[in-house]
Design a binder for this molecule. Structure first.
Ligand code: C2O
Length: 555
């Protein structure tokens, strides 16, 4: 194993998209940011220097951070932000993961532009459990706002209403040929016939789950969230913010210069406003006879362009069918360590709600019925503290920072998938759920559907979990557990709670620290759909969180 060292200079960079130029926060001036490469087992050291005017921290999304919770990155959870002019070295090891993950800013909405891929190769000499691709390409989905995204969320929180939606989706930071004034910013993948390309898909969009398809080509899914799955082949896939997936694309005989669009557009069944546009990138077959490979946009305009057909925007059954196909490899070499016994059961309702109107503009709030939008887990709308939870915990100074009584069950059960309760107000709180080291946890996440059924991609820091069951309607604690898959359930770090339904996950709390869990739709996170687990040290030396690094930022 090696140590991979990176330098991340966080800085302002001027970028033009859709004929508008704005200053965005980037790493090393790149948008999207640089790719971090490592092999499974490698150590990683990233020196993050903040030369921007914003407080920042970087999260290594999906990296397990075994005994390295100080490097996880969410602001006010594991660390105070890195202030302008300061720096912090993130040190961690990649353990038991191989595939694609990603890194992103973890404060306010800065991840809109501060993100990049993490490519994790198997250890040297260890092959993939599928035929090796000829080429590998990160394909990152994102969103672009004409306006400053920090202003977008600040304005929404001030008025209590929903934030402005993005103006375009992006593939590798590029808006593509389907938007006005955008064709020059198109992601283009040049391919040859008869080869296999592995696309390392990452959904870095802020607020949208996305369908993705490549015209006239199939995609074979081999890995999600940096863990192998039993391969299966589809025309279209669905990927939620936070999720990653490696897919194989086999090219075929066609004429030179043939052009196939790859497209992404949102899945949602909310009534509210969302960015209902489509981004395209180009798969272009090389013309072996053409001498210049550098000539851009020389495509022959007489050639037809093939575009894929994506499912209807609210196709919830497509999503359910797709996610049901995901299975762990569960082979002798890559076994699935599904916890068979459960020490603690939790039932969390997740969804939107309201706060009474206060502090709106001119005494009015723009949320539902004149209230402010809020979101909660078990009716607790999480409030970030002003110091970091992990620092407070380690120093034994939790008083006034957080409470340890995060409810294991919702305060008032109701018909989650049917009639909403009369009172939609949620409670503010900074509460954590405490788990002794090694606890085997079963957690059922239920969409409350209070302000309409809605899918929520829930992300857990510090762990992978097994998705043992999912369904629509209310979770039935008597009959549903009998149907759980405890043999080869998919293992991942971000799972969609189905719109109007539930999902059940299991994980073992074998990683001491404070671990954030939240909806990866950034707007829901801003409204409070988040909480934290406090996993206590075990008794053995390798079950204890080491002391913080000396350069850990202070608030
Ligand atoms: Cu990808 Cu807490 O985030």
């Amino acid at each position: 194993a090696e140590t991979r060292k990176y330098q991340f200079d966080v800085q302002m960079t001027s970028v033009t998209r859709l004929c508008g130029t704005k200053g965005i926060v980037t790493v090393n001036g790149q948008y999207p940011g640089p790719t971090l490469f490592a092999r499974e087992g490698d150590h990683v050291e990233v020196n993050v220097v903040n030369r921007s005017p914003y407080n920042i921290s970087i999260h290594w999304h999906g990296v397990r951070q075994l005994l390295s919770g100080w490097a996880d990155g969410p602001s006010y959870i594991t660390q105070c932000p890195i202030q302008p002019g300061q720096s912090y070295v993130y040190r961690y090891q990649i353990v038991g993961q191989r595939g694609t993950l990603w890194w992103h800013a973890h404060i306010s909405w800065l991840r809109a532009t501060v993100y990049g891929p993490i490519v994790i190769l198997p250890p040297a000499g260890v092959p993939y459990p599928f035929p090796a691709p000829d080429e590998e390409v990160p394909v990152m989905f994102g969103e672009w706002w004409r306006n400053d995204t920090e202003a977008v969320i600040a304005q929404a929180l001030q008025t209590g209403g929903g934030p402005n939606v993005s103006d375009a989706y992006t593939i590798n930071g590029l808006t593509g040929p389907l938007y006005n004034c955008s064709a020059q910013d198109t992601f283009k993948l040049k391919v040859k016939p008869g080869k296999t390309y592995m696309l390392r898909l990452i959904n870095a969009a802020l607020n949208d789950e996305l369908f993705f398809s490549v015209a006239n080509h199939t995609l074979t899914v081999v890995d999600v969230d940096a863990l192998y799955v039993k391969p299966f082949t589809v025309d279209t896939l669905i990927i939620a913010p936070g999720q990653t997936s490696n897919v194989l694309l086999a090219t075929k005989p066609t004429y030179p210069g043939a052009i196939y669009y790859m497209e992404a557009r949102p899945y949602t069944n909310t009534q509210g406003t969302f960015d209902n546009t489509t981004v395209a990138g180009v798969l272009e077959y090389e013309d072996p006879s053409s001498s210049s490979s550098s000539g851009e946009n020389q495509s022959n305009s007489n050639l037809p362009v093939f575009a894929p057909t994506l499912p209807p925007i609210n196709d919830t059954s497509f999503v359910a069918n797709y996610t049901a196909k995901l299975r762990s490899l569960a082979s002798a070499e890559y076994p699935a360590a599904v916890p068979q016994d459960v020490d603690r059961r939790f039932f969390f309702t997740v969804g939107l709600g309201t706060h009474p109107c206060a502090g709106g503009v001119n005494g009015t709030c723009q949320g539902p019925n004149g209230s402010r939008f809020a979101a909660s887990i078990n009716n607790v709308s999480f409030v970030l503290p002003t110091t970091a939870l992990l620092q407070a915990h380690f120093a034994g100074r939790s008083n006034g920072v957080y409470a340890t009584n995060f409810p294991a069950f919702p305060p008032t059960p109701f018909n989650y998938a049917g009639t909403p309760p009369n009172n939609t107000n949620v409670m503010n709180g900074t509460k954590v759920a405490v788990l002794p080291f090694g606890t085997s946890v079963e957690l059922v996440l239920q969409d409350t559907s209070i302000l309409g059924a809605e899918s929520h991609p829930l992300h857990l820091h510090g762990f992978n979990f097994f998705v043992v069951g999912q369904g629509f309607g209310n979770f039935d604690p008597t009959n549903d557990p009998a149907k759980f898959n405890l043999v080869d359930p998919v293992e991942r770090n971000t799972v969609g709670v189905p719109a109007g339904g539930w999902v059940a996950i299991r994980f073992r709390a074998d990683n001491p620290g404070v671990w954030f869990m939240h909806c990866h739709l950034e707007v829901h996170m801003s409204w409070g759909l988040k909480m934290a687990w406090l996993v206590l040290d075990g008794s053995l030396p390798n079950q204890k969180l080491p002391p913080p690094p000396l350069d850990l930022p202070q608030c």
